[in-house]
Ligand binder design. Sequence first.
Ligand SMILES: Nc1ncnc2c1ncn2[C@@H]1O[C@H](COP(=O)(O)OP(=O)(O)OP(=O)(O)O)[C@@H](O)[C@H]1O
Ligand SMILES: [Mg+2]
Length: 370
Amino acid sequence: MSDARSADGEVRFEKVRKAFGTNVVVRELDLAIRGGEFVSLLGPSGCGKTTTLRMLAGLEFPTSGSISIGGRVVNEVAPGARDVAMVFQSYALYPHMTVAENIAYPLRKRGVPKPEREQRVQRAAESLHLTELLSRKPRQLSGGQQQRVALGRALVRDPRVFLLDEPLSNLDAKLRAHMRAELIELHARIRRTFIYVTHDQLEAMTMSDRIAVMHEGVLQQFGTPAEVYNRPANLFVAGFIGAPTMNLLHGQAAEGAFHHPALGLPFAGGSPPASGQRLVLGLRPEDVVLGTGPFAARIRLVEPHGHEQIVQLDIEGGDTLTIRADAALPLAAGEALRWGLRTARLHLFNAESGGRIDAAFTAPAEAAAA
Ligand SMILES: Nc1ncnc2c1ncn2[C@@H]1O[C@H](COP(=O)(O)OP(=O)(O)OP(=O)(O)O)[C@@H](O)[C@H]1O
Ligand SMILES: [Mg+2]
């Protein structure tokens, strides 16, 4: 496991397109993943995540474009010769084999001699806390343990690239959180390239170095968790990342300001959108200040979460905002209240194209005073 080897686990998709008949499911995908990086492919069901992973594994062939691993184009390379290991959503363990035999299976298939096989199984089992379970059969294991065996079967091969397709989706919430932490630790320890498919934005946000957000076969944005959260490239990414989701208010530009029935927000300098342009303002639930501010609302619903409250606010224009509020704030459904915004943290999008617009706003309190 030399560092030189981990450095060559880089993966590159260039203009990769995949069609099943006339159905194009991956479009002109360009993606460059560094050796040792943990990258999530994130997007809703059917957006092409599994297909992308299967092309990388060699189980599916791109219609056009090239895929390379460690600088070598692998389009024509057989799956077994790509030095990648894939963990499928269904763990696909052999029920009649013990945990040790399941983990050893890929090595036996490759003709690795028994003493080395046993040593490598032992090492993989240790790193996944499976040592005590090596003689059990899969049916004697919990879902989380089975999931670790499936990981062990990939780990034992010491591949350059790990491909993981929704490996945690069969686990309950608590076990999922536990396994997220284990995967982060495993990745830090072995420093191989991990490509992790999920439709769960929380998994992608918590584990990844970078996230590739996909929608309808098209890569929407590729960036760090902070980048996709703080500077979503378009309305799709804005609405997909974050829970509760970003509030999106449809309005338009007029006289140097964003206008919505509930609020006017003057643009600050730069080149503001032209009057008449249809816009969408994005407000994260934590970027609204409740209790004081230039705007009016009525509380529709308060959901206590213990450490915070999630509040639904009805505002002018028939829109409802979802807001995170301090647990100590006295709030009750039906009450009227004032609210304001953290203007430095607002997002603006072109309503037609959905693309992000870089705009700065004047604080609404000043606006009210002006
Ligand atoms: N072998 C196939 N033949 C025809 N269409 C396919 C095939 N495999 C996948 N598709 C289609 O390609 C699209 C993308 O499928 P894919 O499995 O890559 O989605 P996904 O993002 O992994 O979704 P999920 O989150 O539901 O697993 C879907 O519309 C699917 O129906
Ligand atoms: Mg899938």
